[in-house]
Ligand binder design. Sequence first.
Ligand code: TRP
Length: 444
Amino acid sequence: MAKTNRATFGSKLGVILASAGSAVGLGNIWRFPYKTGNNGGAAFILIYLGCIFILGLPIMISEFLIGRHSHANTAGAYRILAPGTQWKWVGRLGVLTGFLILSYYSVVAGWTLEYIIEAVTNSFSGKTPEEFVASFETFSNSSWRPVMWLILFLLATHFVIVRGVEKGIEKSAKIMMPTLFILIVILAICSISLPGAGPGIEFLLKPDFGKVTSGVFLSAMGQAFFSLSLGMGCLSTYASYFGKNTNLTRTAFSVGIIDTLIAVMAGFIIFPAAFSVNIQPDAGPSLIFITLPNVFRKAFSGLPVLAYLFSVLFYVLLALAALTSTISMHEVVTAYLHEEYKMTRGRAAKVVTAACIILGIFCALSSQIFDLFDYVTAKIMLPFGGLFISLFTGWYLDKKIVKDEITNGGTIKYSFYKSITFVLKYIAPIAITLILINELGFLK
Ligand code: TRP
């Protein structure tokens, strides 16, 4: 392999944490609970888990190997691995998808900043559940505050991106991930022990398959891709910074398990609390923002200091988790412009940040545009991306490359090479196509 002067991650733990930092974010703590609420609860979660482990992990490994073998941004990867073919469009589709997701995702990331301020100024204390709902509405309907936070968040992302891969991405993930994990466990326990939490727990654990429609399947699959950061070359861009000893299968398992645990625990924070204070589970994008303050207020009613500390810490960590995800999306587009158009990294990053601020403002001001971006990216672009990625690795790419990458040149004994390639060749393309056809109604 030609020597390159591209940056690499500094350690094995760094590789896992940076990838998990990309995967764990608002997708787990904001989007997963609200999609679960909109899609009827436990049955959705079961289908989601199936999508994560059957489709998600093999596709993640496929992205890893594409990135590590090509040592390039996602569009460059297809140019290098499949020169002179149309596969480059898969990379370009990914860049566009990342750009669109980053724009509306930053709006929600901005909301977390507003809630940091609320937590710091202690404005949760003494409010009723109805007042939490009202104050979210006042905030999201005022135009300048969400826009201000959105811009601030994208500037923070920009700042880490220009500091480069190892210093910026790896360090932030190393500190933040374990702390977030512990806090989430504590909050889940608090929420479950609230009075009236029972129906919320049942909502999460008792599947009602009568409610499962084709739409639930597409939502669950879209959420699985979204949460694992799959289908747009995000993890392939990160994998282009992996060292040659990284065990791709094991890394994918670790990331998948961390990501799933955090999402499911977020469910255990939100639903018991929501049912306990009579918030409808299908409240939509505002769900966690109107539910969570109740957890801090009610679960620690005798301990105001603890309630204060935990609420500040939680929103700070949530914002940081969102930041390690926005960084990963920003990196896809920045690396693409930098390597394909020979812009300097700084210049490329500026273009991305500016363009996302403009698109993000539209999303912040119009919930229709926001919903449209969410729908088109998670339910159409990511599944198509995943479909093409599995076809590429399963059918097009030289088997020797695939085997070499998955087994690290034959040195890894249990790499699941056979099962992975079987899924990529048959299961994933067929399942994704059926779910897409079924819901989008191509046949109707
Ligand atoms: N997975 C992240 C989350 O759950 C969001 C994210 C980061 C993402 N990179 C992505 C989603 C790439 C889709 C594609 O919050």
